[in-house]
Design a protein. Structure first.
Ligand code: MCN
Ligand code: SMO
Length: 787
């Protein structure tokens, strides 16, 4: 290990975010800021039907509108852009195509059908309204359970049924162990669909380079590398003629982590017209057409003995994945993760999980912060609490008995996932200490005696982060997401540029990657520039999602910086006539240890690049490196959340009074950024627990397509959060980092569901459906009272 890695100077400290002076002063560049004055604008005419055949499109009135350049249907795009397919080697998987525009039929409200190209956004929108589409309504396929029936009408013509994925996991003796278990708890759990509401809606802008004809797509995306590779296929272009840039991006939360039809249309039309063409979603179309998250029905049962030892777990998961597979993740992404992570951080020998992903006439689901794990954690943590309740044990004590202990790692759970050493027990104890659990329970007693509905909820979880090629490549996805590359160089002015394929959209990666490069290279923070979000930065890179960037980009940064440092040391040793072992590098200077003989990076760089005579011809150095990191399996992050809630007996609204998170993300690169990530994640988890729900009616009409009907939490709903960090044992990843960007959203819904159940324990109510809105609570309480 290098000296810098053992004595980090910047890593571990709350370095102020280097991107903030730009972003907070309104100097950021988002896609909508980049439109050249002569850019053409696209507006989409979207389906108003959940499921219908397109009989015909009458574009005459739209085309006649002054300023409209073209009205484009699927047929016109045929030779210009090919559909792409999220392929997979999974058994029982039916692939569907991602098409630029609906062809033949529409499958959900909001699906793009016609693109109108015009001189301005206003004209494009007016034109889109003038398009007449003749529809022939088809049978409703909005209800997931009905859509899963063998005789249900089929939504996607290329599939034989609506079941796009059907998969089972089994380990141990699930049936026998369950039958023999002295106690069982179970139920039917429902987690409703969410929309990832980023501050900036989706947007993209294609420009054509004069002369060469190369295409650059600026997109509000998390995955510029994946979009580049997908569009290279769809448009049949070599990578050097197609660049995808994610400029400043105002949040994504998973909603910007897939390829979208609009990107295909905008790129294809820019090529056809040889002009800059762009599109910016408004809030309503963003809610209609950006991938939704979650949406599962889980029937689950947990078997355990009188000591509270967990023995067997069984679950049937039906994931409503919406109209089709999303590219490149497939329909398996969300529901299969529910099944994969359901056994959680517990010692549990027998598991059987069965998961089906069913297509319905709703917007496709895709990644959403936590992916599957907020649901698996909700279900498992509810079951664990129900078991504690059954045995009259404290929920913390039951967890303490079953959480995997330090000496039991690595531990393979029922779905085959292997947990490496992580602080499961330590997080539980740390959360209890931070919130003073015993005192909190006493406080609850007093409040209960006074008639208040106060509850305390605990939730523990584990997640796999920084996933490497072993897992990402296994199901045969179209693109490897398990590696990242860092290209680092010191230029002839001594400045450091570090280029990455990851794409920060709120995580502060410019800052944290700067910290790592500064430490490993011995450079000053101010000398380093991070280039990210650009497909041209490195030959292969994908982007930022799946809590991977600290591990993968941080690891690659470390590897490359170490090589550059070694080259710098070798060059400086030669210039200073010293041995390499005596050279120190710190704060942008190289020095012979214990002397005042030193050179700045600039002086070394000048010698290396311009004063050629100072080095023998055959040993002339360079000061750059491009290394790739593959963490192979990835590493386990874990946490325990404890929430205290109060239910208003008049309005049935739930207020979160306290929320503590104790988490293990290995070595912290920047504690302030990590805390901020936890805060944001918990806020989204509170939204999922109490407020947010995309609702479609039985005809597939969306009834929550604006921020009046779709409720996101505001500062008023979020308590002041308390976060504790546990560094159990550093994982084997380079740098010892574990990912954590999603964790807040994974733990919070379960903790709150347990807290609400605890508050209502005197009424015998167990929460099995989220969000637990005032209306749902009212009905549950009414039913309990009339029993
Ligand atoms: N970090 C750290 N020390 C660690 C681990 C992480 O300082 N031990 C820092 C990282 O350097 C990075 C941040 O914490 O600055 C998150 O790191 P990581 O866990 O690697 O996650 P990613 O950077 O890959 O971000 C993806 C993750 C996901 S999947 C979603 S969804 C999500 C999230 O990040 N969406 C977000 N956080 C978000 N934050 C904002 N503001 N906006 C979003 O859309
Ligand atoms: S849902 Mo995060 O972009 O993996």
């Amino acid at each position: 290990m290098s000296e810098a890695a053992t004595r980090p100077k910047h890593v571990g400290s709350a370095v102020r975010r280097v991107e903030d002076p730009r972003l907070l002063a309104g100097q950021g560049s988002y896609v909508a800021d980049l439109f050249p004055a002569d850019a053409l604008h696209v507006a989409f005419r979207r389906s108003e039907h959940g499921h219908a055949r397109i009989r015909g499109v009458d574009a005459a009135a739209a085309a006649a509108l002054p300023g409209v350049i073209a009205v484009v249907t699927a047929a016109e795009l045929d030779g210009l852009v090919r559909p792409v397919r999220a392929t997979s080697r999974m058994a029982n998987y039916q692939a569907t195509a991602t098409r630029p525009l609906a062809a033949g039929k529409v499958r959900y409200v909001g699906e793009p059908v016609v693109a109108v190209l015009a001189e301005s956004r206003y004209i494009a929108e007016d034109g889109a309204e003038l398009v007449e589409i003749d529809y022939d309504p088809l049978p409703d396929i909005a209800d997931p359970e009905a859509a899963a029936q063998p005789d249900a009408p089929v939504l996607n013509p290329e599939t034989s049924s609506n079941i796009l994925v059907d998969r089972s996991f089994s380990r141990g003796e699930p049936e026998a162990a369950m039958a023999a278990a002295p106690h069982r708890v179970g139920g039917r759990f429902r987690f409703h669909r969410k929309a990832p509401i980023a501050m900036e809606p989706r947007a993209c802008l294609a420009t054509i380079e004069r002369g060469r004809g190369a295409l650059t797509l600026h997109s509000a995306t998390q995955i510029p590398g994946i979009i580049r590779d997908a569009l290279a296929d769809a448009l049949d272009l070599p990578g050097h003629a197609l660049r995808v840039v994610a400029p400043d991006v105002g949040g994504g939360f998973g909603g910007k982590a897939s390829l979208y039809a609009e990107e295909m249309v905008v790129a294809a039309l820019a090529r056809r017209h040889g002009r800059a063409i762009g599109w910016v979603a408004d809030r309503m179309e963003d809610i209609l057409s950006t991938s939704h998250g979650f949406d599962e029905i889980v029937d689950a049962e947990l078997g355990f003995d009188a000591d509270g030892r967990l023995l067997a777990l069984r679950a049937d998961i039906l994931g409503d994945i919406g109209a089709a597979s999303i590219y490149p993740w497939t329909a398996a992404l969300e529901p299969v993760q529910v099944a994969s992570f359901l056994p959680g951080p517990y010692r549990l020998a027998s598991y059987r999980g069965h998961v089906r992903a069913v297509a319905t006439s709703k917007a496709p689901t895709g990644p959403y912060r936590g992916v599957g794990r907020p649901i698996s954690t909700f279900v498992m943590e509810r079951l664990v609490d129900m078991a504690a309740h059954r045995l009259g044990l404290d929920p913390v004590e039951l967890r303490r008995r079953n959480l995997i202990k330090a000496e039991e790692f690595p531990y393979k759970i029922g779905s085959g996932i292997i947990w490496d050493r992580s602080g499961f027990q330590e997080c539980l104890e740390s959360a209890c200490a931070t919130i003073d659990y015993a005192a909190l329970r006493r406080e609850q007693e007093v409040a209960r005696a006074a008639g208040r509905w106060i509850g305390i909820g605990v939730a523990s979880y584990a997640e796999l982060t920084g996933i490497g090629s072993r897992i990402s490549a296994a199901p045969g996805m179209p693109i490897n997401t398990g590696t990242e590359t860092a290209d680092i160089s010191i230029d002839s002015t001594g400045a450091v540029t570090a280029k990455f394929g990851v794409a920060s959209h709120g995580q502060g990666l410019e800052t944290t990657l700067t910290q790592i490069v500064a430490d490993e290279l011995g450079a000053r923070l101010a000398d380093i520039r991070i280039v990210q979000g650009d497909s041209a930065a490195v030959p292969h890179g994908t982007g930022t999602y799946a809590s991977r960037s600290a591990v993968l980009a941080g690891g690659a940064a470390t590897l490359s910086a170490r090589v550059v440092r070694q080259k710098l040391v070798a060059a400086a040793a030669h210039l200073l006539e010293a041995s390499e072992a005596d050279i120190e590098v710190e704060e942008g200077r190289v020095r012979v240890a214990g002397t005042d003989r030193e050179l700045t990076f600039r002086e070394v760089a000048r010698a290396v690049y311009s004063e050629m005579g100072r080095f023998p011809r055959d040993t002339r150095p360079d000061l750059s490196a491009s290394e790739t990191y593959d963490p192979y399996f990835g590493t386990t992050a874990s946490a325990t959340h404890i929430a205290m809630v109060e239910i208003d007996p008049g309005t049935f609204s739930v207020r979160v009074l306290r929320h503590v998170v104790a988490e293990d993300c290995g070595r912290l690169i920047n504690p302030m950024i990590v805390d901020g990530q936890v805060h944001g994640g918990v806020a989204q988890g509170i939204g999922a627990a109490l407020l947010e729900e995309v609702i479609y009616d039985e005809r597939g009409q969306i009834v929550t397509a604006n921020l009046v009907d779709y409720l996101v939490p505001t500062a008023a709903e979020i308590p002041s959060l308390e976060v504790a960090h546990v560094e159990s044992e550093l994982p084997a990843t380079i740098g010892g980092y574990r990912g954590m960007g999603e964790g807040g959203t994974i733990g919070a819904p379960a903790a709150i569901a347990n807290a609400v159940s605890d508050a209502l324990a005197p009424l015998g109510i167990e929460i099995a459906e989220l969000p637990v809105t005032p209306e749902r609570l009212f009905r549950l309480i009414q039913a309990a009272r009339t029993q």
